[in-house]
Design a protein around this ligand. Sequence first.
Ligand SMILES: NC(=O)c1ccc[n+]([C@@H]2O[C@H](COP(=O)([O-])OP(=O)(O)OC[C@H]3O[C@@H](n4cnc5c(N)ncnc54)[C@H](OP(=O)(O)O)[C@@H]3O)[C@@H](O)[C@H]2O)c1
Length: 290
Amino acid sequence: MTKPAFSIIGCGTVGTCLADLLHRLGYPAAGLASRTRASAEKTAAVVGAGQVFDKVEDAALAGDMVFITTTDDAIGPVCQDISSKKGFKNGAVVLHCSGALSSELLASARDCGAYAGSMHPLQSFAAAKPGVNLFEGILVSVEGDAPARDMARQAAEDLGAMCAQVDTNSKMLYHAAAVAASNYLVALLNLAFELNQGAGIEPKESLAGLMPLIQGTLKNIEVQGIPNALTGPIARGDVGIVRRHVEEIRAKTPQMLALYQTLGAQTVDIALAKGSIDEKRADELKAVLK
Ligand SMILES: NC(=O)c1ccc[n+]([C@@H]2O[C@H](COP(=O)([O-])OP(=O)(O)OC[C@H]3O[C@@H](n4cnc5c(N)ncnc54)[C@H](OP(=O)(O)O)[C@@H]3O)[C@@H](O)[C@H]2O)c1
């Protein structure tokens, strides 16, 4: 199957990474443009192909698949600017890579007969390293007009990623999930470190000591899933132990109590779903964690 020629508008980390990898996969590199010509030239040098344009609309017009990989704030205005200059081909697919924002940001592209979509890689790109495929094995979410979704899905699969369709109106929720899994994991471990510090164990020792427990738990989640991976006093229904946790935290690290109780109450629901405690025990635990 012929691969669509791609253009990149916004030659930063993700734009350069996509351009490099897609080109290696046989996607023809068409137009490259950025806020500064220097960035587009840098990307062209990494890829070894593609034509650098000074005007974003000229770069966009050269592509059948146009990635607007600017900063999130610039995506809408850049798309509108290109659309107003009839800078998208009729039938082209226009994509952005933001996790929080939807394809509706690219609605103006439809005035040119183009299709709007988003294609978000659930990955952290710190710097574009030529030939390093950070898409391999990750989740790429897609949404938008059907032709845009199809093209984005094909590109994601060619890049070795798993693809999932996300609701256009729920991208913020999807983005919040990523924040919970990544950023809140940091906050969660900070809770553990603070509790350990209250018990006289320094953060450095905490990290080394808790790491095997964390990794074991992650493995259990991977193999058994939630709720079956849940162990510990709440899963066992040990109300007395949980009550003493609350008392100790209130006495020694009170600033962490609300978070401990909120997570505890959520954990009770998981234990109920696992079937390791009954409703009566769940109510007792929740009363302690209130
Ligand atoms: N980095 C990540 O980990 C990651 C992960 C998933 C998704 N994303 C998404 O990927 C997109 C790009 O992120 P990034 O990290 O690659 O950002 P970045 O490295 O800051 O690159 C953004 C690029 O956009 C260009 N730009 C800004 N305003 C522009 C405008 N008005 N017209 C043309 N070009 C403009 C800048 O050009 P100049 O260099 O010429 O100034 C810059 O090179 C964002 O939507 C982001 O949410 C990023």
